[in-house]
Structure formats: structure tokens, C-alpha cells
Design a protein around this ligand. Sequence first.
Ligand SMILES: *[C@@H]1O[C@H](CO)[C@@H](O)[C@H](O)[C@H]1NC(C)=O
Length: 155
Amino acid sequence: YPSVLRHLLLTSAHLCPLFPSSTGSQAEPQFVFVNLLMNWSSAQTYCRNNFIDLATVKSDTDNQNVQSQVPSTYHPWIGLFRDPNFHWSDGTGVVFTSWDSVMNPLGSMTVICGVTSSARSGNWKFLPCETKLPFVCYGPPGECFSFFLLLRGVF
Ligand SMILES: *[C@@H]1O[C@H](CO)[C@@H](O)[C@H](O)[C@H]1NC(C)=O
């Protein structure tokens, strides 16, 4: 999107949670599994153009919500990367973690990117960032998500 429209879309989407929700729950992002094969940076661009960003997993609830979108046997990209510090694509600090039994550092590779695996209880590991994989994006929370998709369709 042109940056002005993108800004407008995201602003409306972010404002939406301020209005009282039927459940009254804390706004949780809507995760979306995208079954297209892309390297990590192309997946990031796709998520930023179509949703908000690659998935940021901040809690066990987020992790379960991500897994509920991922068909079994897939291990899609999430927004995690290491360069050599850990980051989320959207700038959120990496506090909650869900490493697989071995957090494979992939030898001497400096930049590596994170996948989650539904077959491994939503645990994360790293792969070379140029690997082409499906991925998980996130959009605005709950009931705001359809509003977001509607606006996106208008522009
Ligand atoms: C990712 O894929 C894009 C498009 O095919 C390519 O231009 C880019 O160099 C790739 N990046 C990496 C890190 O592999």
C-alpha cells in the first residue's frame, strides 16, 4: 500500500481495540497462516503489506493461538530472528520464549530466522533465512480483524 493508506489502515485497526469488546478480554492479535513458500524477508514484506507483520509470540496464549492456525506437519516462519541478538520483526522485545529441546544455533551463521512447529507442540527453532517456507502473519485482534479486512478491501 502507499504509506498514507497503510498508516490509515493500521491506525483504524489499532484504535478498534479501544472500543468496548463483547468479551472484554485483553486484545489478542489475530494470527493468519499463509500457505505460500517464501524466504523470511519476503514473508515479512508480505505480512507488512497485507496484515501487520510476521507473527510476534508474546505469551503462551499467543503460542497456542498461532498453533491453532498452523496445519499439523508444517513448520512456518514466525517473526523471530537472531543477528546475533534475538528480535521480533515488529520490534517487540523477546521475553517469552518457547525453544525446542535443542535451540539449534546453526553453527557459525550470524543471521538465522525462527520457525514454529505444530508437530513439536509449538516449539521454535532456527533455519537459514533464505529457506522458502509458509509463514504466520498477525493482524488486529478479534472482532477488529474483519473490520481491518473490510478496510483493506476498500483500498
Ligand atoms: C528472498 O527472496 C527474494 C525474492 O525471491 C530475493 O530477492 C531475496 O534476495 C531473498 N532473500 C534472502 C535472504 O534469501
